[in-house]
Write a protein that binds this ligand. Structure first.
Ligand SMILES: Cc1cc2nc3c(=O)[nH]c(=O)nc-3n(C[C@H](O)[C@H](O)[C@H](O)COP(=O)(O)OP(=O)(O)OC[C@H]3O[C@@H](n4cnc5c(N)ncnc54)[C@H](O)[C@@H]3O)c2cc1C
Length: 416
């Protein structure tokens, strides 16, 4: 809203995480301090803890109170407002958001429902762990997205150790078992931290627990190695260190009920796969520009039977499928109209010229038209699939802008 007293522009930021907190601080230090705008940060927590530290809270090696930042204090120092609450509604016509009421542990309302008006609204609410709809996952596991979850995990671990120490019967095999799903940086660091803190706890008088014998830490990863996003040599040395800590590693482990689907990690195809309940079947692959691997590596896995379907970029999938001794069927995957630009499957490939070079563009366009049959034959010979130019794509728009015949463009082939 234009603030009624001074008509200032009101910037509302929802979410005080890595992005929102820094933005509020910078805007407060500039526009807020100079009285040029009102900056309001809204978060559902009173304090901010940097997420990469959550595994240390979970393991118990860090006291969160020493590392958390109190939003109210930060707001005071950096000339913005902080409001506590969880946003649960947005009215774009009224430029208004609503914040749910806040209750104490006894269910007594502390802060009533409120609305805030904005001139500029910034949503910085972050993301949460995807359980891919796997049955029981959200019920029986603890995600590591928030401080509260990290503390809950730590309490549970602590209680399990106390229970084992004080029970009359001996510690049972499998009683103190921690399974971490995902061997990215957080999973790896958490397993190593847990190894250390559980041993420290046991050393502080929990004499009934033999940490090496009774505490088992397992790390499960869908890819073929830990830290799949990092170079293989790093994974090798980390695996070695984890084995020294007696962390049990299980790689290439996927939950699946319908077979394995190879797909390049973070590629557009993962969005409709997620939307259609297939992401739990995904076997993630690195993009095919890893020079340590042959470009055919996903198709080779398909031939070996390690995966059942490979979702690959047309020129790579089609070419290697045609070379393969194991017969394969190449089909274009559907274009999902409902997904956003990142879920788009078909991408027109065009020739770029300098903006003013309209004559050159027409010349190239004419050459493509003239040689269309020969080009199609080359693509077919190499097994590269092609589908019609996507209607409404920016390529079509630029053809129209530069006066090229849009019907011709329609007929032109593209690669998927
Ligand atoms: C365990 C863990 C370890 C990580 N380690 C690293 C690392 O080492 N390096 C790295 O670069 N990245 C790491 N990341 C990723 C990094 O933390 C995120 O990319 C980053 O925090 C995203 O910033 P953000 O501002 O978008 O959201 P977040 O930091 O997630 O902040 C979102 C904020 O929005 C608030 N919020 C959510 N919903 C509402 C609502 N309805 N109303 C009001 N407030 C709301 C939340 O309370 C939170 O404060 C890690 C993430 C996790 C979970």
């Amino acid at each position: 809203m234009k603030n009624t007293t001074n008509q200032l522009h009101h910037v509302v930021i929802v979410g005080g995480g890595a992005g929102g907190l820094e933005l509020a601080t910078k805007l407060g230090d500039s526009l807020g301090r100079q009285g040029k705008a009102i900056i309001t940060l809204i978060d559902q927590s009173k304090t901010h803890v940097w997420k990469p530290l959550l595994h240390e809270i979970a393991a118990g090696s860090m006291n969160p109170e020493k590392h958390e930042l109190v939003y109210l204090a930060q707001a005071h120092w950096h000339h913005f407002n902080f409001r506590l609450g969880s946003m649960d509604g947005l009215n774009r016509a009224k430029r208004e958001i609503s914040i749910a009421p806040n209750f104490d542990e006894d269910g007594v309302e502390v802060i009533p429902r409120r609305t805030f008006q904005y001139d500029t609204l910034i949503m910085a609410v972050g993301s949460t762990t995807n359980d891919f709809g796997i049955k029981g996952a959200s019920e029986y596991s603890i995600a590591l997205d928030t401080q509260e979850q990290a503390e809950r995990f730590h309490r549970r671990l602590h209680n399990a150790l106390l229970r084992a120490q004080t029970q009359t019967s001996p510690v049972q095999a499998g009683q103190l078992e921690v399974v971490i799903v995902g061997a990215g940086a957080t999973g790896v660091e958490l397993s190593a931290e847990l190894h250390n803190t559980t041993r420290e706890l046991a050393a502080y008088g929990l004499d009934k627990i033999d940490a090496d014998r009774d505490i088992n830490i397992s790390l499960i990863e869908a890819s073929e190695r830990v830290l799949p996003a990092l170079p293989a040599r790093l994974s090798d040395s980390v695996e070695l260190e984890l084995k020294k800590l007696n962390v049990h590693l299980y790689t290439c482990l996927l939950y699946t009920s319908k077979g394995f689907i190879g797909v390049v990690d973070h590629s557009p195809a993962t969005i409709p796969m997620d939307a259609n309940g297939l992401i739990a079947n995904a076997r993630p692959y690195r993009i095919q520009r890893d020079l340590n691997l042959p470009s055919s590596f996903m198709i080779d896995d398909l031939a070996k039977g390690d995966i059942d379907i490979a979702i690959a970029w047309g020129p790579i999938g089609g070419y290697f499928a045609k070379q393969s001794k194991v017969p394969m069927v190449v089909v274009p995957i559907p274009e999902y109209e409902t997904t956003n630009a990142k879920g788009k499957e078909y991408w027109n490939i065009s020739v770029g010229v300098r903006k003013k070079d309209k004559d050159r563009m027409k010349m190239i366009d004419a050459a493509l038209e003239r040689n269309q049959v020969a080009i199609t034959k080359i693509l077919d010979d190499y097994g590269i699939p092609h589908v019609p130019v996507v209607e409404g794509d920016s390529l079509m728009k630029s053809f129209q802008k530069y006066g090229a015949n849009s019907k011709g463009a329609d007929d032109k082939i593209i690669q998927k």
